[in-house]
Design a protein around this ligand. Sequence first.
Ligand SMILES: [Fe+2]
Ligand SMILES: [Fe+2]
Length: 172
Amino acid sequence: MKISSNLKKALNDQTALEANASNTYLAMASWCEITGYEGSAAFFYVQAEEERQHMLKFVHYLNDMGVSATIPGTKSPASNFKSLELIIKTALNNERTVTKAIHKIVEITQKEKDHSTYAFLEWFVNEQVEEEKKFETILQKFDLIGRDKLAINEIDKILNGMSATPSDIGSA
Ligand SMILES: [Fe+2]
Ligand SMILES: [Fe+2]
């Protein structure tokens, strides 16, 4: 079985996107930790780990298909943030970008009739629905609970609860 050079490039680009997402969440976790948002820090450390697992799925898939994966260099992520709400907004935007990128690769597989890669990407299509829903739900909390110190503390606790049940980690 072979994948086209076009798909090889797209999958390697996605590997880099997942690696950057992992680093971005790591920077967010670190900022939350030093800011005193312990629950949010725990949550984002888990997100960083999940994105690393996503990256590894692409690496393994490329290698399994006999085209060696290119291990990407990563950009330095932003490390200074204005608020927890802005972090969640940024995370949601990142996830939307990733969703679009995944959908683009799916379209290539359809055009090229590459059923193996199409099937491989199905997990990511579903995962992105969950990822966007997760951050949209958290973002809603700011409208529902508030933005004062007590409200943020409450939202931090909710994020702590979400960090205890990593959605799909280890199912790689
Ligand atoms: Fe991801
Ligand atoms: Fe994600």
